[in-house]
Ligand binder design. Sequence first.
Ligand code: 3NM
Length: 218
Amino acid sequence: MQRMDSEHVRRLLKLYFIMGSVNCKRTPLETLAEAMDGGITLFQYREKGSAAFTGKAYVDLARQLQQKCRERKIPFIVNDDIDLAAALDADGVHVGQNDAPARSIRERLGAHKIIGVSAHSLKEAQQAIADGADYLGVGPVYPTSSKDDAEAVQGTRVIEELRRSGLTLPLVGIGGITVDNASPVIRAGADGISVISAIAGAADIRDAARNFLRVIEQ
Ligand code: 3NM
């Protein structure tokens, strides 16, 4: 199978919901179902933090969330864990700068899988593209409490810089994005936004996702 078309990836990134059990107020399955009802376009399983599931519970939750994604035809991406992505035949993985390069991940998982890479500068972005990444996650745009080892807050500056440099690869902004501050991220050149807490922690998850879409599509 061939590599996924870049314009298809761009459309999938519009509202990219990320979560693990520690991010949810309700059960992860309920949280994902509500987010899907609200219109999320892509999902990433990111089971991180001191209270995160490990071992069988970690894999079981992944399988359940993947099943729900399959029912609703939302691609299921795994954060960092290439072994899990391979074992579950996930639709892709998202990796950071300290993980394996996209090139070797693709060799292992197959050409058609979606590979996302976190990038914090033009140099990192260019390297990820050279390695064959399908999309970039650029952040943290705003302060976030969902990632312990987040880099310095960068606003929309890096996204603007990447686009000014002529880089056309699909990319999302991430970090502290809410319905109220999402619009500048899209205006800066992002194809979509990645969100944990403003959806997983919302009082009305479906409404939160819907409101994000409204802002992104404006
Ligand atoms: N990666 P929230 S920021 C997972 O900067 C993640 O690369 C980031 O969560 C990066 O929407 C972040 O709750 C956390 O701020 C995003």
